[in-house]
Design a protein around this ligand. Structure first.
Ligand SMILES: C[S@@+](CC[C@H](N)C(=O)[O-])C[C@H]1O[C@@H](n2cnc3c(N)ncnc32)[C@H](O)[C@@H]1O
Length: 217
């Protein structure tokens, strides 16, 4: 039911912002996406997800629309497609499943809410790893080329994630891409040397080729 609530709210927002045709297109894409994925990958958890974590700045569960998912993943630069993919704050696994379908490997989701992480595990069915952990302290794997963030947390956790990304990129030099949906704290990601390669009203895709280049500025 929560999933239907999210869809209704999104459709109402889209109708206000983009008009009737864009709303109809969003609704059709959401319906087809659910047919492919099943509805279990979506949903919201009103307020409940604000349990204690290291920095206590978690956002509530809200699932990325299939439209935004399609557009952002299509905007990932070709040279990092198919690399390791990590969704920090993976919710019920919709993004993980989309990443697996697009050939990313390995695909890892990190989710601090145990019940939500269990839902994600059943959605991905063993094709991605779902770790129940706090993103602020999660040791980022050095295979990761794409980090997906759908406004999962506030600036304290994001700052910890940026530090972990820097350490990981120093250990394993490689281009890193951050896909940031509803990028409320985008300035923090840019301050860490990531530069936008694509953006629309809902999301931004940013890239940093190396820590050395960034530090040289
Ligand atoms: C906005 S939802 C996004 C879900 C999914 N990534 C998507 O795009 O559909 C954010 C999720 O991040 C989780 N979360 C928030 N803070 C977290 C943290 N510090 N560590 C791990 N997960 C966190 C929440 O429990 C919630 O499920």
């Amino acid at each position: 039911m929560a999933d239907l609530g999210t869809t209704r709210r999104r459709l109402a927002e889209a109708r206000r912002q983009r008009g009737l045709w864009a709303t109809a297109a969003l609704g059709v894409e959401e319906a087809f996406g659910r047919l492919r994925h099943g509805s279990a990958s979506g949903g919201t958890a009103a307020g409940a997800a604000r349990a204690a974590d290291a920095t206590n700045d978690a956002e509530r569960l809200e699932t990325t629309s299939f439209r935004t998912l399609r557009r952002t993943l299509a905007a990932v630069p070709a040279d990092v497609r198919g690399t390791g993919f990590v969704d920090l704050g993976c919710g019920r696994g919709r993004v993980l499943r989309a990443a697996v379908d697009r050939g990313y490997a390995p695909v890892v989701g990190v989710e601090r809410d145990a019940a939500v992480a269990a839902d994600a595990r059943s959605v991905v069915g063993g094709r991605a790893e779902v770790v129940e952990a706090d993103a602020a302290t999660f040791p980022l794997p050095d295979h990761a080329g794409v980090i997906f963030l759908s406004n999962p947390f506030g600036p304290s956790t994001l700052a910890a994630v940026m530090a972990a990304l820097e350490a990981s990129q120093r250990r394993g030099p490689r281009p890193l891409v951050v896909v940031y949906v509803n990028p409320v704290h985008r300035a923090l990601v840019e301050a860490a040397g990531f530069r936008p390669v694509w953006q629309d009203a809902d999301a931004v895709v940013l890239r940093r080729d190396s820590v050395q280049n960034w530090n040289a500025f």
